[in-house]
Ligand binder design. Sequence first.
Ligand code: NAD
Length: 470
Amino acid sequence: MSKQYSFFNAVCKSFDKAAKFTSFDAGTLEQIKQCNSVLRMNFPVKIGDRIEVVKAYRVQHSQHKLPCKGGIRFSDMVNLDEVMALAALMTYKCAIVNVPFGGAKGGISINPRNYTAYDLERITRRYTTELVKKKFIGPGEDVPAPDYGTGEREMSWILDTYMAMNPGEVDAMACVTGKPITQGGVRGRREATGLGVFYGIREVCSMPDLMDKVGLSTGIDGKRVVVQGLGNVGYHSAKFFQEAGARIVGLAEYEGAIHDPKGLDVEAVFQHRKATGSILGYPGATNITNNADALELDCDILIPAALENVINGENAPRIKAPIIGEAANGPLTPEADEVFIAKGTLVVPDMYLNAGGVTVSYFEWLKNLSHVRYGRLEKRFNENQNGRIVDQIEKLTGKKLDDTQRLAIVHGPDEVDLVYSGLEETMIVATREIVDCWRSNPDIQDMRTAGFVVAINKVGTIYSQLGIFP
Ligand code: NAD
């Protein structure tokens, strides 16, 4: 892996490749591509009896729609280039899935494993204070969410800090998403990114022309899947694939990987790792000590769900999977893309495939602004109405449904039902829009370029209509 690798340049390279298929002038394209605002911080935190200076960032890539939206990453690999790239991807992602936000991203350059929960809380709260001071957070300004190394716990610290600094702000809960349910979170957010990955790949796999290209039958049932990263995104993706009848033949974590052509049980592997501290040694599976080797296993669908730049010009030629679903952000470099275009591998791109998180974050934000749980108003009404319809049908036909059949029809939507259904619709529509764009132009070589064309057209249209403030 090259030391000079720039993730932001890689995103710009994909952008430029796609921009040729749009009709915007050079200035508008440049405005879309660049990061609008960059906040770079160095703040002191007392860790034990010493003072540590923590490096952190928040980048707002585009404010063509407000608020800006994007996760916060905790990793010692975080740097400005990475945060800029991830913020840019958020702009394109939101545009593709019709989430009315601009793109942003945040990062703190720490390895969370080296800190206690108490230290992490102090770092997170101090980071939030800096964001408040600089107006880089707020329900109408910029709304963070979880990303690599963060989760509900960190989001609740962010919320609490924001609320303490903005007393009486009625919509304050909407300043961050991915919160615990008890603090204004929405049901279904935790698994949303993994579920969105599953819906997106399922839709791609239902398209006979695309499956013909890669020599596979349609459908998910029986497909062999390898997943890299058993964190929030990877774990849930793997679980949804398994539930749909796919065989999880390989799982990789940072300490190593395991392989079983007969199939692994995701939950059992997860519990084994929790109990032993390692994915290795799972009964019946073969250990792979170099985790990157798992990417090269024989399978139908490869899901990198850890970090960027894991598949590059060096290892791409050895990847056997005919379908790669980018659950992580930026797991493939532009060099890898070229290898896969030449090999005919179908790469389903990050900038829409992992949009489940931001889509359900949007639902959470709306819930917070409306101050009411989804389904609260209509659930009982629908159940009563459906019950009356079933009663009438039973009366007219003289037949009776058993309790299970009746419940399946009568059931009114809970919050999680509505969230799943909104996410499913979003991912299906986005997949079809990108594939239609790809099909309509024979010069577009891959799905990533088609995705960028869709995104640039949407963002560019808004910039053109906005005009330039003098
Ligand atoms: P996470 O911290 O929950 O999990 C990441 C997992 O990957 C960890 O378990 C880590 O140990 C593992 N890992 C790290 N290096 C690895 C390696 N070399 N090989 C195998 N495993 C490795 O993070 P996450 O939220 O699941 O995010 C993963 C990716 O998905 C990131 O690229 C993130 O930007 C992207 N993403 C996350 C969300 C979200 O809602 N959390 C949304 C969109 C995109």
